[in-house]
Design a protein around this ligand. Structure first.
Ligand code: AOS
Ligand code: ZN
Ligand code: ZN
Length: 424
């Protein structure tokens, strides 16, 4: 379904006077407002295909109805989000959950919805029906060459499918590791994994990137073969210039200083992209910005500083993707909230007075340095983000319009109340 454009116009007209008031006040406080708005308009976040259905835990899943039943419907859902916020212009596919058997048609549906394809994800953490070898004891790290070969072949097939739809990056997240001390020879597991990644890397087209995603624990609870940014960095630097680390915010040990990790990976030219989400305890995959918004801002602060120092394009030089889904919200509302949180943090990071911060750092003026950061973080930039949306043709308040248009109800009518999106 699509929302008629006059409905977006009517919605915007109804909110315009209030928006203008806050926007005018805010623009009086900020330098280069128009430049910032242009940067916000250009910034697009990739939506994971697996977050369009209701998430679950190993204890249960409570699907909400109207979930997409096919890849085309997943693309249409992301198209809806993009129509509302104009900041969700990409979808990230997960193979084999999203088999694109008919790439030409899939590409056409994406184009109709104004979307491009972000990184494609491989899956060697589940056994699929009819699969020859099991991944119970890992995939690329496995002691049996035949299992490793199956995982390599799968990743190469994912690249093939990605090429067919016009993606240009592969995210490899391995659940490989061990559950108990003694189970695994760490060094050999690393070397076997590297060997497999090298074969996959060799199959990448020249303009492709490989993102090596790391994760501290789960499903393996003693060791993970790509367990932290150090291991991911080792793999990506040994692989070559097309390989990068991918930072999923929920994949660190508690209280890890993620912004420092981001700064150093960026410095080394080895930061490839993000899986945004939020967490209280572990890989909770909660709505972005719902638990630790200051951390998210500090990460964006390092990103803006580091990307500018390297002359990078904020919008295009890293993969910006969400990896969040939960079991008690309408997935589309959850994603609207996540994208909004990302845009807010990015806008706040653009407001940081860099000269003043640098001077404070040079003078060891700790108080001023903190004030500079918190001045930006405590600025309510929602009107700025809304102004960018308005300029791009989106809705001033996407969530409100989603509700008044009864989008979920319409999707339930169209697709049924008992639908189950493919994915976890
Ligand atoms: C798993 O924890 C990772 O975040 C991966 O990115 C994974 O492929 C994705 O979450 C889908 O399960
Ligand atoms: Zn992830
Ligand atoms: Zn995860």
């Amino acid at each position: 379904m699509r929302i008629a454009s006059y409905k977006i116009d009517d919605h915007n007209q109804a909110l315009m006077a209030a928006h203008q008031r806050t926007f005018e006040y805010l623009s009086g406080e900020i330098d280069h407002v128009q430049d910032i708005i242009q940067q916000l308009v250009a910034f697009q976040v990739g939506i994971p295909s697996w977050a369009l259905g209701t998430g679950g835990t190993r204890f249960g899943r409570f699907p909400g109805g109207g979930e997409p039943r096919s890849l085309e419907e997943k693309i249409e859902d992301v198209g809806l989000l993009h129509q509302l916020n104009q900041s969700s212009g990409a979808i990230s596919l997960h193979i084999p959950w999203d088999m694109a058997d008919n790439p030409a048609q899939i590409k056409a549906v994406a184009a109709q919805n104004g979307l491009r394809f972000d990184a494609v994800n491989s899956n060697t953490f589940q056994d699929q029906p009819g699969q020859t070898h099991s991944y119970k004891f890992g995939s690329l790290q496995h002691v049996d060459k035949a299992v490793r070969q199956q995982a390599i072949d799968h990743n190469i097939e994912v690249v093939r499918q990605g090429i067919a739809v016009g993606s240009n990056s592969l995210t490899v997240w391995l659940s490989d590791g061990s559950c108990f001390p003694g189970q695994l020879n760490f060094r050999q597991a690393f070397q076997r994994t590297l060997e497999g990644l090298r074969e996959i890397y060799a199959a990448l087209p020249d303009n492709w990137k490989m993102f090596v995603e790391y994760k501290a624990a789960e499903p393996n609870f003693y060791s993970t073969t790509v367990g932290d940014w150090g291991q991911s960095y080792l793999f990506s630097s040994k692989l070559g210039p097309k390989a990068y680390s991918l930072v999923d915010l929920g994949h660190h040990l508690p209280n890890a200083n993620i912004e420092q990790i981001v700064a150093l990976l960026l410095m080394e030219g080895k930061l490839g992209g993000f899986h945004f989400n939020d967490s209280k305890y572990g890989d909770d995959d909660l709505t972005v910005g719902s638990i630790k918004p200051y951390q998210l801002f500090l990460i964006f602060n390092e990103l803006v500083e580091g990307m500018d120092a390297r002359g990078m394009n904020h919008a295009t030089d890293l993969g910006w993707m969400i990896d969040a889904s939960h079991n008690v919200k309408d997935p589309l509302e959850d994603l609207l909230q996540s994208v909004e949180a990302i845009m807010i943090s990015y806008a706040q990071a653009l407001l940081v007075d860099r000269k003043k911060l640098l001077a404070a750092q040079q003078q060891n003026d700790v108080v001023t340095a903190q004030e500079v950061l918190q001045q930006a973080f405590r600025t309510d930039v929602r009107a700025l983000v809304a102004a960018a949306r308005l300029q791009a043709g989106g809705a001033l308040n996407p969530l409100a319009l989603y509700r008044t248009e009864k989008v979920r109800e319409a999707l339930i009518l169209e697709r049924g109340a008992k639908t189950m999106a493919t994915g976890l």
